[in-house]
Design a protein around this ligand. Structure first.
Ligand code: FAD
Length: 312
């Protein structure tokens, strides 16, 4: 089985989710080819165990343009790949549907797992806000995007792979799309991605006056404070504290959540954490599905006791 992985590059660096996607492909017991439009990225990829690295070259590929990207993949896909995998980024959401029309094949987006079962791919994606997992199978070529934090870059298998450079012809593509400077969600904000421990508060904190209690805990643990989206929407914390699909994606050693339900949009931002500890008074809260330590109870009673214990 042959799998092609598209490697997205942002600010001359390989996108972290693209490396997770590569780890997904390597887990499939398949011949994996990585394709990139960036020479530095191609050289960096050499250290991984791959069948091939394709560097697709044309100076028009130095910046994002969905028409040029689509045309390039059209020239490189010989139809032999069982699946072409992408990280589920905003760029992917923009240009891969176009590719799916060109190839006349399905685009299965935001997949959480891909398995190779008897040389057939079984693709899992969630529906109904993460309440149901659907397994999909297809005999024809597929395009799939992989959700953030479903695979770990620590699992990438090292090797020594050569780069094949292929010149791409992009003549005749109408210049109707012009790249502007990339949108950056935050300037000078807190970088939660570097934190070893994060204490994260959700709507269960109940009122703004209870936030100092969570702050005391995070100081005692030498942690950073994060939150779910409602806390930011209420204006209780700035947006740079928000974790999730429209906030930061973090992977600390310990993620300590207080009164967070664990909606899918929150989970995609934190489920790559090494250890997850959750306090929630609802034993059916989705956060407990991914927690390593689950404390069912009222955080307003538990956290003050925990603070006292740590101080002792
Ligand atoms: P709730 O879902 O209301 O959960 C509160 C939890 O606290 C409950 O589980 C409850 O049992 C528990 N609780 C209540 N009182 C106590 C107590 N005293 N002690 C212990 N537990 C208690 N959300 C994000 O977080 N990040 C995002 O980036 C994000 N992006 C989104 C993007 C889109 C396009 C959409 C549609 C939604 C997005 N959301 C995001 C919102 C997301 O769907 C959820 O609504 C949100 O994560 C819920 O936040 P919460 O867990 O704090 O609140």
């Amino acid at each position: 089985m042959k799998i092609l992985v598209f490697i997205q590059v942002d600010d001359n660096k390989i996108n972290r989710m693209s490396l997770e996607t590569l780890a997904c492909a390597q887990s499939l017991n398949a011949n994996v080819t990585a394709i990139t439009f960036n020479e530095d990225a191609a050289n960096e990829l050499k250290k991984y165990q791959l069948d091939k690295i394709i560097l697709a070259k044309n100076e028009k590929l130095n910046s994002y343009n969905p028409l040029n990207y689509t045309k390039s993949l059209e020239q490189l896909n010989d139809g032999s790949y069982k699946a072409i995998l992408f990280a589920h980024t905003y760029e992917t959401r923009d240009w891969v549907p176009r590719l799916s029309v060109r190839f006349n094949c399905a685009f299965i987006s935001d997949c959480t797992e891909i398995k190779n079962e008897n040389n057939s791919l079984v693709i899992t994606r969630q529906t109904y806000q993460g309440k149901i997992n659907n397994d999909l199978e297809s005999n024809s070529q597929l395009l799939c995007s992989i959700q953030s934090a479903c695979y770990k870059t620590d699992n990438l298998v090292n090797g020594n792979t050569q780069v094949d450079t292929i010149e791409i012809n992009l003549d005749g593509i109408p210049s109707i799309i012009r790249s502007e400077e990339k949108f950056k969600e935050q300037k000078g904000g807190v970088d939660l991605t570097a934190a070893d421990i994060i204490v994260s508060i959700g709507r269960g904190i109940s009122k703004e006056e209870n936030i100092p209690m969570a702050e005391e805990l995070k100081d005692l643990l030498n942690a950073e404070l994060g939150s779910s989206r409602p806390i930011v929407d209420y204006g209780w914390l700035p947006h740079d504290r928000q974790i999730g699909s429209s906030g930061q994606v973090v992977n600390p050693k310990l993620y300590f959540s207080l009164g967070v339900s664990g909606a899918i949009q929150h989970q995609v931002g934190m489920k790559g954490s090494d250890k997850i500890m959750a306090i929630n008074k609802d034993s059916n809260a989705p956060i407990f599905e991914i927690a390593d330590y689950a404390v069912v109870g009222d955080l307003l009673e538990i956290v003050p006791k925990l603070i006292n214990k740590i101080k002792e």
